[in-house]
Design a protein around this ligand. Sequence first.
Ligand code: HEM
Length: 402
Amino acid sequence: MSRSPVEDWTTDFDHTDPRWTADPYTLWSELRRTCPIAHTDRFQDGVWLPTRYADVRAIAYDTETFSSRRVVIRDRKIEPPHPAPPITSDPPDHKRLRLPLLPPFSLRSVAKLEPFTRAACEELVNALADGETCDGAQQYAQHVPVRVMCHLLGVPASDGERFRHWITEALQEGIHDMPRALRALQAINAYFREKVEACPGGTDDLIGYLLAVEPEGRKLDRDDIVAILRLLMIAGIDTTWSAIGSCLWHLATHVDDRRTLAAAFRDGDTRAVDTAIEELLRAYAPVAMAREVVRDTELGGCPMKAGSMVLLSFPAANRDPEVFPDPDVVRLDRAENPHVAFGLGIHRCLGSNLARMELRTALDVWLARIPEFELVPGEPVTWSEGTVRGPRRLPLRLLGGG
Ligand code: HEM
């Protein structure tokens, strides 16, 4: 479905408009100056869009006014097939469903996944490095989190193709084709229900873990386990492949940064590497989420009625000049960097350790083997639409030197 082009971004914004997809940063910067909380009636129930860091922060922490029971902006009201705990849970239930998920995503657990991730990245890069060109999004970035997720879940790597297909249907094609998005979500549910039923228990993978864990002295409900697995697949794959793809895009278009980061990896300068990764996460934060206003309130002079929605743009907050000097400039050595790419408050990303490890490993392996690369002149880069931002086509010319 095509919508009319936006004429006034302050009262009628559209996060699926091609101008937003091409360059949201200029739009947010203009809004922050002229109307820091924009609005639109193009979507169900009307949506507010705060663009300042302070407002995004205030909303994320106020779970009594801003509920997570609806975290997706839709054209029309649909009931999801099942909630996706803990991301769609509010207090007090949220804690019960989040706490059992912490151990498998702790720094310690994630460190154990690093050798597998490295081997997977090496295999992917080796298949590309001798060519003249490749698509950095489709042939590399998209595969890294899919492989890690299959490994984590204990399912065959060959299932990864289905994961990629479902995620594309649910999150990209589904933006304008709701029945398609629902079909994909139902297919994911059916897949995990079968896996959960077939799991003998006591296995050393995430499904076995979720079946065994007893957070409050009793096992998790099987419907909750299926919903959690569906969330982890969606939250863990599309986000991370978008982040890896955006970083490759930046490095392809900024030769000095590419060489600086490659040198930091080569020298084992973990501090410089970590600082650079945080800056790339700040500048290219891929994820915005929604909230539902559940009691009348007012923010920045805007009267927000119960039932309306808010698009909580962590990426816009990360470009606020009040907090980040020269926010549109990537400074790989930015020291003060309280970015919110992983969100804030009780819903802060549960997979951030895993995401950081995947991003660091994917870039390290790529730069070691392909230190010099650029965009293919004349071939367009395309970006995803909607609330998760990353390149979907990223044609790269590999310049040798590895
Ligand atoms: C660069 C990659 C990633 C980014 C930028 C990212 C970003 C985010 C953000 C902004 C939130 C907060 C949502 C909200 O406030 O409503 C979130 C929540 C969450 N993320 Fe991530 N994420 C990434 C990777 C992952 C991975 C790899 C996993 C796990 C496999 C994951 C699992 C989750 C879960 C389960 C939540 C919900 C936590 C809760 O509600 O308590 N994410 N993520």
